[in-house]
Design a protein around this ligand. Structure first.
Ligand code: HEC
Length: 156
């Protein structure tokens, strides 16, 4: 009996191993893709923030392009980049995504929707002048932070 159990245990371990390896490999691409989307978010926000803070000359075309870009990103279907079990509880330092993204769903989707709403406003004003940009960017920054605070782990 004990021997049979031991044998069964070994068989399970052998069968389970490749499955675990395959799962870890599967997550790397979606995780890289979602980070890439966030990086582009950061690039556009850097331009808009730079102009709003006077660190960069205001340029209507650049401001409009960045706002349009952010809205386009917000409308992407990224659902397959945010697969369940791809949080930092499972993947460790490979991601800063907290497991609460999935355990408190749809909170995160509401945060994403809030960003899209703020961006709908920003695209209407970003190209109209520096004052317009300043008026619209605050809500966007808040929406980014409003999701990062509960759902993104601090840098290690
Ligand atoms: C709905 C939630 C949500 C919203 C809204 C959001 N983010 Fe993120 N962001 C995340 C999460 C979660 C991560 C961590 C992703 C990971 O490590 O897998 C992240 C990561 C990042 C990163 C780091 C990317 C990297 O290279 O690891 C940047 C930069 C970033 N976000 C910028 C932004 C900006 C700018 C906005 C607003 C325009 C924004 N994010 C809006 C959830 C969000």
């Amino acid at each position: 009996m004990l021997n049979a159990l031991r044998k069964a245990g070994i068989v399970i371990a052998i069968v389970a191993m490749p499955a675990i390896a395959a799962q870890a490999a599967d997550m790397s691409k979606p995780v890289a893709a979602r980070k890439a989307v966030m990086k582009v978010n950061g690039f556009y926000m850097g331009q808009l923030g730079g102009m709003a803070k006077g660190k960069m000359a205001y340029d209507a075309k650049v401001a409009q392009g960045a706002a349009n870009g952010l809205l386009a990103l917000a409308k992407l279907d990224t659902s397959k980049m945010w697969l369940k079990d791809s949080g930092n509880d499972k993947l460790g330092t490979k991601t800063r995504a907290k497991p609460e993204i999935w355990s408190t769903y749809p909170d995160v989707a509401n945060k994403a929707k809030a960003l899209e709403t703020a961006l709908e406003s920003l695209v209407k004003v970003a190209g109209t002048g520096l004052e317009g940009l300043k008026g619209g960017i605050g809500a966007v920054g808040k929406a980014c932070g409003g999701c990062h605070k509960p759902f993104r782990a601090k840098k290690k």
